[in-house]
Design a protein around this ligand. Structure first.
Ligand code: SAM
Length: 218
């Protein structure tokens, strides 16, 4: 194992629980009857899989994934997204839905990974869910920043990258940290449709990230 793999083997288990972001993602996918197969990019141990249920064909990719194929469920395969070619080589069949949750912050070429997800991993007409931190929140409040973040996002960065890849933005949901049950309800209540943006002050009510729900053009 190299240094980066060892780091994430120690760090990733902190996120292996059903927090609000994963619940919101699972609810959104379950609300789309055509989403029968899901690729989870930066899956950790695959906490999303049981939230989706066994009726969905699930594959997770992560730097902590298994290097040798086995029969364990959920299936999580090794992939280092800083090596775009090896990510691309794993994309032999497209999925109905693709999730990129809590991972773009750590990637050297986040635009390249988003491009591959949008053009190769998701089927035409398929669903793509992308989360990104709202860095304004961390600039404003003395909250702990993750030491491995190398990218600082504003919603406009993600919007531009989605548009560059011909993705249609359906909804942007603001999100709060943690796992309080009321936060998924709030995220839906404050969601904005299409390209419509949230007010610039939204971090003042604790919004520290956004979930972008979009579709690949048919
Ligand atoms: C904050 S956790 C998010 C896990 C899950 N998607 C979620 O939303 O809870 C970040 C995940 O990205 C993975 N990761 C970080 N850098 C990576 C890389 N270069 N290649 C593959 N996976 C990576 C970590 O191992 C970890 O599982």
């Amino acid at each position: 194992m190299n240094q980066k793999e060892t780091y994430w083997h120690n760090e990733a288990p902190k996120y292996h629980w059903a927090h609000s972001r994963l619940k919101l993602i699972a609810e959104t996918i379950r609300g789309d009857a055509s989403a029968k197969s899901v690729l989870d990019i930066g899956a950790g141990s695959g906490t999303l899989a049981p939230l989706l249920g066994r009726g969905v064909r699930y594959l997770g990719l992560d730097i902590t994934g298994r290097k040798e194929p086995d029969d364990a469920w959920p299936p999580i395969r090794f992939c280092d997204f800083d090596d775009a070619d090896s990510f691309s080589a794993l994309l032999d069949q497209p999925f109905d839905a693709v999730v990129i949750s809590g991972v773009l912050e750590y990637l050297k070429d986040w635009r390249g990974i988003l491009r591959l997800a949008a053009t190769k991993a998701v089927k035409p007409g398929g669903l793509l869910l992308v989360s990104a931190i709202y860095f304004r929140f961390y600039e404003t409040f003395p909250m702990k920043r993750h030491p491995a973040w190398i990218n600082r996002f504003a919603p406009a960065d993600i919007r531009a990258a989605l548009a560059d890849n011909d993705l249609h933005l359906d909804v942007t949901c603001p999100m709060w940290a943690g796992g309080y049950p009321w936060t998924t309800t709030l995220s839906r209540a404050f969601a904005r449709r299409g390209e419509s943006a949230h007010p610039k002050w939204i971090h003042w009510i604790g919004v520290n990230q956004f979930l972008f729900v979009c579709h690949r053009e048919k």
